[in-house]
Design a protein around this ligand. Structure first.
Ligand SMILES: Nc1ncnc2c1ncn2[C@@H]1O[C@H](COP(=O)(O)OP(=O)(O)OP(=O)(O)O)[C@@H](O)[C@H]1O
Length: 379
């Protein structure tokens, strides 16, 4: 993980009450968060949570038919409702995109280096020769040798194409790179290499990276902070170590608990694993209004009894609601093992921030020490 684990740097981009709708259907429903200079912010959540649309709004590139309201400010520039000329003036220079599908992002009929050279000249008035030299150097920085610069995209492997679009994104030293599922189509080894490269290149350039991903292992490895979304809203946000060590929202706990570890079982403090010992409360667990057990020796007989039972991977039962069919109150309430019949089903929880952690849940203070177990029971 990069060293910047808390947002000690200045705010680079601020989203406030960001809302995105298609006709009468609101799919991103009042999202507020900051991206700090140089940090890696991961945006996670199940399919349909609104991650990609949020990423596109941060770029100032909402899809056709979307209505965007609220505010996205990059320094002094407001992106929501700004004329296209203002937004496009930022693209490549201050904000850059690493797309999901490099093949469709690159023209099939031009050499890769020529496409990078054209991107150089779209911003900087340099000669063709100079642009070409910069393109070849940028490709070399992502491990593509100069003798490959004349290749066409179809002559590259998927991983090489993804490296080429990373090189293109970094050409003008942007302040912010948005990567939306940048490794989806790759095999696991290539995914790892591409994400390592992306984190290294943005880190070396001092650029912030917003990484939209389903890969929670990659979040843990590369991100400084994470934003958990559900049904178009923020559920939880905070430093990655703290959120993994001590999730506050039941949804986050369920999401993280269902990630298999190398041994095939969740990493959440889980009794089957024997002794759960923290020398000190995990960071983020020193919560106001709530105490937690920080060292739990599992009695031998209980541990044996549990390990004799079939092991089940915790999972959040059910599926997220469609934006056209949101339940009353908290959108997660029908799937939440902690939901109560009053507030949770009537009142939408608003985000509260304590000690750099933000959570939107009526019952976050009631989350048990081993929240993964809540979801084991509900499988
Ligand atoms: N162009 C569109 N027109 C209408 N609805 C859309 C459009 N794009 C997205 N949506 C809807 O908005 C919601 C959020 O979509 P979005 O793609 O942002 O989700 P996501 O969290 O990125 O999902 P995934 O992880 O599957 O990419 C979904 O319900 C989706 O169906």
């Amino acid at each position: 993980m990069s060293t910047l684990s808390t947002p000690s740097t200045e705010v680079l981009l601020s989203a406030r009450d960001l809302r995105i709708s298609f006709g009468a259907v609101e799919v991103v429903r009042g999202l507020s968060f900051d991206v700090h200079q140089g940090e890696v912010l991961a945006v996670v959540g199940e399919s349909g949570a609104g991650k990609s649309l949020t990423a596109r709004a941060l770029l100032g590139m909402p899809p056709r038919g979307a209505t965007v309201t609220g505010s996205v400010r990059l320094g002094a520039d407001e992106l929501v409702d700004a004329p296209r000329s203002v937004r496009s003036g930022l693209w490549g220079r201050r904000i850059a995109l690493v797309p999901q599908d490099a093949l469709s992002a690159l023209s099939p009929v031009h050499q890769v280096a020529d496409q990078l050279a054209a991107a150089v000249r779209s911003v900087d008035r340099v000669s063709r020769k100079e642009a070409r030299a910069r393109a070849v150097a940028a490709l070399e920085e992502v491990g593509i040798a100069p003798d490959k610069a004349r290749a066409y995209p179809h002559e590259f492997s998927g991983g090489m194409r993804q490296r080429a679009v990373i090189a293109m994104a970094m050409l003008h030293q942007p302040d912010l790179v948005i990567a939306d599922e940048p490794t989806t189509a790759q095999d696991p080894e290539t995914q790892k290499q591409v994400l390592d490269l992306l984190a290294r290149r943005t880190g070396a350039a001092g650029a912030a990276l917003v990484l939209v991903t389903h890969d929670l292992a990659a979040v843990r490895e590369h991100a400084d902070r994470m934003l958990v979304m559900y049904a178009g809203r923020l559920v939880e946000a905070g430093p990655v170590d703290e959120v993994f060590g001590c999730p506050r929202a039941p949804y986050t706990a369920g999401l993280l608990a269902s990630v298999p570890t190398e041994e095939g079982m969740p990493e959440a403090p889980f009794e089957e694993r024997g002794t759960v010992t923290f020398a000190a409360p995990p960071r983020g667990c020193e919560q106001p209004h709530r105490t937690r057990t920080v060292s739990t020796a599992i009695p031998a007989e209980r541990s044996a009894e549990r390990s004799a039972k079939p092991r089940r991977l915790p999972a959040v039962a059910g599926v997220p609601p469609a934006p056209t069919d949101l339940p009353a109150g908290c959108a997660f309430q029908p799937r939440c093992p902690l939901a109560d019949a009053t507030r949770c089903s009537t009142e939408q929880p608003e985000p509260e921030t304590h000690d750099g952690r933000t959570v939107a849940c009526h019952r976050w203070r009631e989350l048990p020490d081993n929240p993964a177990e809540l979801f084991l029971e509900s499988v």
